[in-house]
Design a protein around this ligand. Structure first.
Ligand SMILES: C[S@@+](CC[C@H](N)C(=O)[O-])C[C@H]1O[C@@H](n2cnc3c(N)ncnc32)[C@H](O)[C@@H]1O
Length: 245
């Protein structure tokens, strides 16, 4: 009888998805930040969440995407990096290998199913010690204060329903000198991209200054920002409209 119970328990464990509190993901690494209601909505369309990856990983590697981005951002061993909107983890696993055991990757997303799958991938690739999976909210990545040297937002900005909240609540997680890097396509937000001028305007509205800009493959780009002087409170944020930029 006891043997049957043990076998059944093991079977159950093997089919159970990773869940909050288990070896999988965590429900935020910081207490909730400023609530969503405090922020203006974006004055442009927001794309829906339709997939956990931008392109198949083979074609991205053939284009040298992650290697080039990590070189441009000078990602090196020991760095603590957030992969915000990590999805299936194209960047998570490559960043984890690059930052090594002295660094860490915080892979954050808002979709529990995506985090479950990513937890299994991280385990399977032997990277569990270098990656922490975090369930955030659309207006708040729930990352720990002063935990990051770099936050990377890849092909996800146009899906953020509360971009002003996300950027505002991300800021306490940045250490002095930390950067925020955004990769997106040169398309309208409804078509799963963000025009670079609109991105610059929305980040400036929350108090981030663009410091570098690079063209990538397939009409995509990498824009790098640093925290700068900004509005005193969320109610002082003036949303950008697509036509203004
Ligand atoms: C197209 S996928 C890109 C995934 C990955 N970054 C890549 O480059 O392949 C967009 C991801 O952003 C996530 N996402 C959308 N809105 C988000 C938000 N407000 N905060 C965090 N993640 C978000 C989605 O759940 C999805 O996993």
């Amino acid at each position: 009888m006891r043997k049957i119970f043990v076998v059944l328990s093991l079977l159950l464990l093997s089919v159970m998805p990773a869940a909050a509190g288990a070896a999988g993901w965590q429900e935020g690494l910081a207490p909730p930040g400023v609530p969503a209601a405090a922020f203006p909505a974006p004055s442009r369309k927001v794309a829906g969440i339709v997939t956990d990856t931008w392109r198949d990983e083979q074609s991205r590697d053939q284009a040298g995407e992650a290697e080039r981005v990590m070189r441009l951002l000078d990602v090196k061993p020991g760095l603590d990096v957030a992969d915000v909107g990590a999805g299936s983890g194209y960047y998570t696993v490559r960043l984890a290998r690059r930052v090594g055991p002295q660094g860490h990757v915080f892979a954050e997303d808002v979709v529990p199913d995506y985090l479950d799958r990513l937890a299994r991938r991280v385990d399977a690739e032997g990277l569990a010690g270098s990656v922490t999976l975090v369930h955030g909210e659309p207006h708040d990545p729930r990352l720990a204060p002063r935990s990051l040297d770099l936050a990377l937002l890849v092909h996800m900005y146009h899906e953020v329903t509360q971009p002003y909240g996300l950027l505002w609540n991300l800021r306490p997680a940045l250490r002095p000198g930390a950067r925020v890097a955004v990769i997106d396509a040169r398309k309208e937000t409804a078509s799963h991209g963000t025009p670079p001028e609109l991105l610059r305007c929305e980040l400036a509205a929350v108090g981030y200054r663009q410091t570098a800009f690079y063209e990538l493959q397939e009409s995509t780009y990498l824009a790098v920002f640093e925290p700068a002087a900004g509005p005193a409170s969320p109610t002082a944020i003036r949303p950008c409209s697509a036509s203004q930029t």
